[in-house]
Write a protein that binds this ligand. Sequence first.
Ligand SMILES: C[S@@+](CC[C@H](N)C(=O)[O-])C[C@H]1O[C@@H](n2cnc3c(N)ncnc32)[C@H](O)[C@@H]1O
Length: 203
Amino acid sequence: MQQTSHLRRFVIVGHNATTAGTFSLNDLAGATGRLDVLLRCVNSALFTSHGIRQDTEVRLLLLGQPNAPKTITLKGREIKHLNPDERSTAALLKEALNKPIFGNSVGAGPGISVSRAIFKDILADAAKDSKLIALKEDGTDIRAAGLAPPLTFFLSDNRDFSDDELQALKDAGATFISLGPKSLLASHCVVIAHNEIDRTQIL
Ligand SMILES: C[S@@+](CC[C@H](N)C(=O)[O-])C[C@H]1O[C@@H](n2cnc3c(N)ncnc32)[C@H](O)[C@@H]1O
């Protein structure tokens, strides 16, 4: 593992999130399997007030209908045309979902790619270059954990992780971390996790 990396990666599991680019940009919380939750996570992960977090990567695991699972990856260092509103981010994801996937991964514009990676693939990839952190309400308090990048945070969407996902995280050696006493929206967790790491780093 490369210990000098500043990498912060956020993996969000969209248990019902659509795997097709046919949805309407006018109904992002409706027929998309709550893609809106993931769109807010992208915003929280990549934006600061006046810029993009260069060392941050987001991976959205989409497990909904009508196709086999897909993973969309967005890299802060490379991404272009990303704006803070959900609708324009949704348009970028729609384009990615309309790309035929040949081989491991297909580019879908600067800093965006789409693949057939599933949970265990994402875990295995992340373990190569970062410490694995499962964000969970009943985990160890983040302020007692002494975390430093490179880190990959795993979050669930508007639901809990499934039993299989929890087992895979445990098997991969993930550390279970809590951000505080209340169960929060996934996108808010991303901001808090960033902020906790920001406070420990000299930027
Ligand atoms: C909206 S919550 C999950 C749903 C919620 N447990 C429920 O069904 O009532 C979304 C995700 O954010 C993360 N999360 C929420 N609150 C958290 C906390 N206090 N500490 C760490 N992670 C948290 C977890 O990954 C959780 O699965």
